[in-house]
Design a protein around this ligand. Structure first.
Ligand SMILES: N[C@@H](CCC(=O)N[C@@H](CS)C(=O)NCC(=O)O)C(=O)O
Length: 217
């Protein structure tokens, strides 16, 4: 099988979703580290986002498209439910990730608390974080409602939705906002415990991915 390449950064939750999916599929891949907004990056992704994916001469960006492509070319184990309602729930949660969890919430709180300080040595903007909290509460409450008492977002089996959301949630858990956002939703906490216990998530922590890049250099 041709090799899969993920152009990413070890601290990217979207990139981690792709790599965790490859791990779930037991597919070997190369992590090619991108320097954000470099000419090389913009040549691969005109909008300057991470990740970019390549397989067999086929280049693709947009994480949802990449995850669905992987589920088609690597059908085992399946990560999309057959049942239309469960599949629709998976799609819905993936879109909640992109439109509501990331926009104005993750890209503020995760950036200011985790990624910015670690990558650029920045100091968290407390006002920006405070302003993001009302929307964050709505998103967390809605995710908890949709999850309910199921083990995974689309039901009994892991799906692409879980792999899309878990990297962002793992970052939120590292922030001082977690007691306000996550702790009031024990079902979400239990789901995140379940996800972070999976070998696919353990193989794609920031530390493990950094080590992987260093080994390949
Ligand atoms: N819609 C894109 C979003 C990707 C994205 O925003 N990635 C973040 C890193 S996790 C990024 O590139 N941020 C840089 C920026 O916002 O300029 C996808 O699904 O791949």
């Amino acid at each position: 099988m041709a090799e899969f390449t993920v152009h990413s950064h070890p601290g990217s939750p979207f990139g981690r979703a792709v790599m965790a999916t490859l791990e779930e599929k037991r597919a070997p891949f190369v992590l090619a580290r991108l320097v954000p907004k470099s000419p090389e990056h913009l040549a691969l992704h005109p909008f300057g986002r991470i990740p970019v994916f390549e397989h067999d001469g086929f280049r693709l960006y947009e994480t949802q498209a990449i995850l669905r492509y992987l589920d088609r070319v690597l059908p085992s184990p399946p990560l999309t439910p057959d049942d239309p309602k469960r599949a629709a729930r998976m799609d819905q949660v993936m879109n909640i990730n992109d439109w509501y969890l990331f926009q104005d919430v993750g890209n503020v709180i995760i950036f200011h608390r985790v990624v910015g300080p670690r990558v650029m040595g920045t100091t968290p903007d407390e006002e920006a974080i405070k302003a993001a909290m009302p929307k964050a509460h709505v998103v967390f409450a809605e995710l908890a409602r949709l999850l309910g008492q199921q083990p995974y977002f689309a039901g009994d089996a892991l799906s692409l939705a879980d792999l899309m959301i878990a990297p962002a949630m793992a970052f939120f858990r590292q922030t001082p906002e977690w007691p306000a956002l996550g702790t009031p939703h024990p079902n979400l906490v239990a789901w995140l415990d379940r996800m972070e216990g999976r070998p696919s998530m353990q193989a794609t922590t920031w530390e493990r991915l950094t080590a992987r890049v260093a080994q390949a250099a």
